[in-house]
Design a protein around this ligand. Structure first.
Ligand code: FMN
Length: 193
């Protein structure tokens, strides 16, 4: 096995511990659209990218969210959210919609909302996979952010992508937040047996 291009001899430069100063960012993270509802039932939609799988059984996912955001307020009040996987072709939408709030944002998105199977929060038809989640807890930080997490009650993915091997990822078409922009995934690969 030869990994020579990435071993001895590389030089490293210290970077600040301020994520906004990372160019390039060493931690690209997947961009999703999180849907949630307020106590009055009002639908909210927001891009979230600081996302992680926290536990496998039961499957628990979470994301970092500013506590002032409607997404956070909705989730802690109504206890549900859906993580919608944003395909790269729709990445510009993530930036475009945050200029709007509330119903104006929903309208401006031009997206289509489908009833979910296990939660009252809808899924987004144009997104390539959906994780329907029940809020579990949130860990608050002094910065005003929180890590919000919940159990995945139901999940679905573009039918064509299921069992399609590496092509499945091309169909899922995930995109990743860099430092102010995004990138697609490129070709999917697997380690040699
Ligand atoms: C590509 C992208 C990724 C983002 N990721 C996050 C994130 O992980 N956490 C967060 O709190 N805000 C994130 N934001 C910012 C929020 O989406 C934005 O502040 C939004 O207005 C919050 O909406 P809300 O108040 O309806 O929740 C991101 C924005 C963009 C464009």
């Amino acid at each position: 096995m030869v990994y020579s291009a990435y071993t001895v001899g590389m030089e490293f430069t210290s970077i600040p511990t301020d994520k906004w100063e990372w160019h390039p960012s060493p931690l690209p993270s997947q961009i999703t659209l999180v849907t949630s509802r307020g106590a009055d039932g009002a639908l909210d939609l927001a891009p979230k990218s600081c996302l992680a799988v926290m536990a496998f059984d039961p499957l628990t996912v979470g994301f970092a969210c500013n506590r002032g955001h409607t997404t956070y307020q909705n989730i802690v009040r109504t206890g549900e959210f859906v993580v919608n996987v944003l395909p790269e072709g729709l990445a510009p939408l993530a930036w475009a919609i945050i200029a709007f709030q509330g119903q104006e944002r929903i309208d401006a998105s031009g997206l289509t909302f489908l009833e979910s199977k296990r939660v009252a929060v809808p899924r987004i038809a144009e997104c390539t996979a959906h994780l329907e989640c029940e809020f579990d807890d949130a860990v608050a930080f002094e910065s005003g952010e929180a890590f919000v997490y919940g159990r995945v009650l139901a999940a679905d993915i573009l039918s064509e992508a299921v069992g399609a091997g590496e092509r499945g990822y091309r169909l899922l078409d995930p995109c990743f937040y860099l430092d102010g922009g995004w990138a697609g995934m490129g070709a999917a690969k697997r380690p040699e047996a």
